[in-house]
Ligand binder design. Structure first.
Ligand code: CAA
Length: 396
């Protein structure tokens, strides 16, 4: 049985900030954010958008793209590190908004940016084991990345969700059973205490932790795949490499490290060929934590000019704290056309730019979103309206 991604959906906020504008407002050379970090724009959600609404919008796109009935979903897991409640999972709100069956197992996973990958691996095994009994899994990665205004992390914010339909009809990418390598280690590189809406990070240390985890997971993958020691650089067996993208430059550092591990004396030379297309959309959206690597995969399938049919793609997911996984998939016939048909790049182009004062107002307003009284006017289209009797209210 072949198992993998049948469809994908992506949601990003309708508004964004130009990183060049942010740099000028912070007295920093724009080149530092745009070239030094490799980010052009970052998505900033307005006050009617949260982790739930982004997740629901992405999930709806995935279901519609596969013409999948809500009743066909037997497992819904939302991976997030920016949940909206200490107890009730984001997944339950999504179940309600999408009208999924009551005969569906539903929960939320957390391990920083790795939480979505943990959910995806679980879903793959659920389908492979036969427990799915013909039903499909819906895995959603949804987050709003938030660091303090004026901190070094500020230009690496972003927001968005990626939903994946996982089944034994993997029309997009077959994920290879057994070909996966894991690395985990208790480190304090990035975290968010229960009392804080902003993430805390030991920035340069977090880069080193990411690279250490990449090395460990890649070596572990090579052992699991069982075909190490062949001709040429090991990573030339992949037509593309998709790394977790907290910011574009991190993917460049990751690729340089991986190719150096391969013994490549010119480790940057293959970057544009193997990695470039995966960064087109992340550079316009910023860090979306759990969904970042999957947005990069969507970007690759949407923008790579060459035919990737039958080609292998390497995927590296990193969650601070930490847990990382290197795994691989094979692109299926017609996958690129299906992802292009979602019109993701056109959607990004239709967003509205926020001025820096508007962005700072939104950041302040978002601090109190969890207690905001629900607006009387009914909106539509999966929008957060506020709370009533301590309950979150959503417009459908
Ligand atoms: N023109 C071009 N480039 C410039 C420049 C200019 N005018 N000025 C500086 N640069 C370059 C620097 O040379 C540097 O490049 P290299 O990394 O290649 O040396 C780059 O811009 C960044 O400069 P700094 O290192 O001085 O930047 P900083 O100290 O202000 O912060 C950061 C960088 C540590 C990444 C910070 O943004 C941060 O803490 N971000 C959040 C943490 C993060 O994303 N970590 C990633 C790994 S952890 C992870 O992946 C999990 C997750 O999702 C959070």
């Amino acid at each position: 049985m072949q198992v993998g991604l049948e469809a994908i959906g992506v949601a990003v906020p309708d508004t964004y900030v130009e990183l060049a504008d942010l740099a000028m407002a912070r007295g920093v050379a724009p080149g530092k954010y745009v070239d030094g970090l490799g980010v052009t724009r970052m998505g900033v959600p307005l006050v009617d958008e949260d982790t739930v609404t982004l997740a629901a919008r992405a999930a709806r796109m995935a279901l519609e793209s596969a013409r999948c009935s809500p009743d066909d979903i037997g497992l819904l897991v939302v991976g997030t590190e920016t949940a909206v409640d200490h107890s009730k999972p984001v997944a339950s709100y999504v179940q309600g908004l999408l009208g999924l069956s009551t005969r569906c197992r539903i929960f939320e996973t957390k391990h920083a940016c790795y939480g979505g990958t943990a959910a995806l691996q679980l879903a793959l095994d659920w389908v492979r084991s036969g427990s799915a009994k013909g039903r499909k899994a819906l895995i959603v990665c949804s987050d709003i990345a938030r660091y303090g205004v004026g901190t070094p992390g500020e230009p690496t914010q972003g927001a968005g969700a990626v939903a994946m339909l996982v089944s034994d009809h993997p029309a997009l990418v077959v994920l290879e059973a057994g070909k996966t390598g894991v690395y985990s280690k208790d480190v304090m590189d990035f975290w968010r205490p229960l009392y804080s809406k902003d993430a805390l990070v030991d920035g340069h240390y977090s880069v080193q932790c990411y690279l250490d985890a990449l090395e460990g997971a890649y070596r572990s993958y090579q052992e699991a795949a069982g075909d190490a020691g062949g001709e040429g650089a090991y990573s030339d067996r992949f037509a593309a490499l998709v790394y977790h993208v907290p910011y574009g430059k991190m993917s460049r550092k990751a690729h340089r490290h991986l190719r150096t591990l391969d013994g490549d004396a010119a480790p940057d030379a293959s970057f544009d060929r193997l990695v470039g297309h995966s960064l087109v959309m992340p550079s316009q959206v910023g860090n979306i934590y759990t969904g970042s690597m999957y947005l990069a995969l969507a970007s690759l399938l949407s923008s790579a000019p060459e035919d990737l049919t039958g080609k292998r793609v390497g995927l590296f997911s990193y969650g601070s704290g930490s847990c990382a996984e290197f795994f691989s998939g094979v692109v299926q016939d017609g996958a690129q056309a299906r992802v292009k048909a979602l019109g993701l790049e056109a959607r990004l182009a239709r967003r509205r730019a926020l001025s820096i004062p508007e962005y700072e107002d939104v950041m302040r307003a978002r601090e109190h979103l969890d207690e905001r009284p629900a607006a009387d006017a009914a909106g539509s289209g999966f929008r957060y309206q506020g709370t009533r009797d301590h309950k979150r209210i959503y417009a459908t």
